[in-house]
Ligand binder design. Structure first.
Ligand SMILES: Nc1ncnc2c1ncn2[C@@H]1O[C@H](COP(=O)(O)OP(=O)(O)OP(=O)(O)O)[C@@H](O)[C@H]1O
Ligand SMILES: [Mg+2]
Length: 199
C-alpha cells in the first residue's frame, strides 16, 4: 500500500513478517491430561509368549513400545528375538528384519529353535528407507530390527554404526514405533560396555 490509510503519509508502510503459526507439530499437540484419566485400554500389553521376557517388560509389550536389546557380541540377542518372533508369529503377523545375516542363516536358526511360525516374515535389508517402507505396511503387529549398528541411511556420508548413523536410524525407527508398531531393536555393546562403533 503506497499511502497509509491511518496517517495519510506516503511510503511509510513497512512489511513485517508474522511468526509462522503453522510450524509442524505445534498445533497438533494434545492437551496434558491427569495420568489417572488416561484410558487404561490404551495400555493393553501384548504377550511375547515367553514368560520371562514378559516379566522383564513389566507384563508384555506396550503399544508403541520401542525396546532396545543390548548385549555383548554372541550373547544370544538374535537367537532370543527370533525365538520371540516365532512365538508371537503363531498368533499374529511379525516381521523380522536382519541387516546382519542372510535369510538362509535366519531360516536355519529358526528351524533349530522351532520358530518357523506361519505368520513370521523375514527380510534381509540394511537401508533405513526400505525398512521404513516395509514397516509402514499395516499388517504387522510386531517388528524386530537386527541391528542398530548395521542399518544405515545411504544419504548420509558417515559409515554404518557411526554416531550420526546410529542417531538417525534410532530416531526414525522410534517414530515408526510411536506411531503404532512395537519394535525390538538389537544394539551391540563392546567389551568396555559402550555402544560399538562400526568396525
Ligand atoms: N540361550 C542360549 N543358550 C545357549 N546358547 C545360546 C543361547 N542363545 C544363543 N546361543 C548360541 O550362542 C551363539 C550366538 O548367538 P546369537 O547369534 O543369537 O548372538 P548375538 O548376540 O545375536 O550375536 P552378535 O552380536 O554377533 O549378533 C549361537 O551359536 C547360538 O546358538
Ligand atoms: Mg546377532
Amino acid at each position: 500500500m503506497g499511502r497509509c490509510p491511518s496517517c495519510g503519509q506516503f511510503n511509510t508502510m513497512v512489511e513485517e513478517r508474522m511468526p509462522d503459526k503453522s510450524t509442524p507439530g505445534r498445533e497438533a499437540s494434545a492437551a496434558p491430561m491427569p495420568i489417572g484419566r488416561v484410558p487404561p485400554q490404551r495400555l493393553q500389553r501384548m504377550s511375547t509368549g515367553i514368560e520371562e521376557v514378559d516379566r522383564v517388560l513389566g507384563g508384555g509389550i506396550v503399544p508403541g513400545g520401542f525396546i532396545l536389546l543390548g548385549g555383548d557380541p554372541g550373547i544370544g540377542k538374535s537367537t532370543l528375538l527370533l525365538q520371540l518372533a516365532g512365538s508371537v508369529g503363531n498368533r499374529q503377523p511379525v516381521i523380522y528384519i536382519t541387516a546382519e545375516e542372510s535369510l538362509e542363516q535366519t531360516r536355519l536358526r529358526a528351524s533349530r529353535l522351532g520358530a518357523e511360525a506361519s505368520q513370521l516374515f523375514v527380510l534381509a535389508e540394511d537401508r533405513i528407507q526400505a525398512i521404513e517402507a516395509v514397516l509402514e505396511q499395516e499388517q504387522w503387529q510386531l517388528a524386530i530390527v537386527d541391528s542398530l549398528q548395521t542399518v544405515y541411511n545411504p544419504d548420509l556420508e558417515s559409515a554404518p554404526g557411526s554416531v550420526a548413523q546410529v542417531r538417525e536410524v534410532a530416531s526414525r525407527l522410534m517414530r515408526v514405533a510411536k506411531s503404532r508398531l512395537p519394535i525390538f531393536l538389537v544394539g551391540h555393546v563392546n567389551k568396555e560396555g559402550s555402544w560399538r562403533p562400526a568396525a
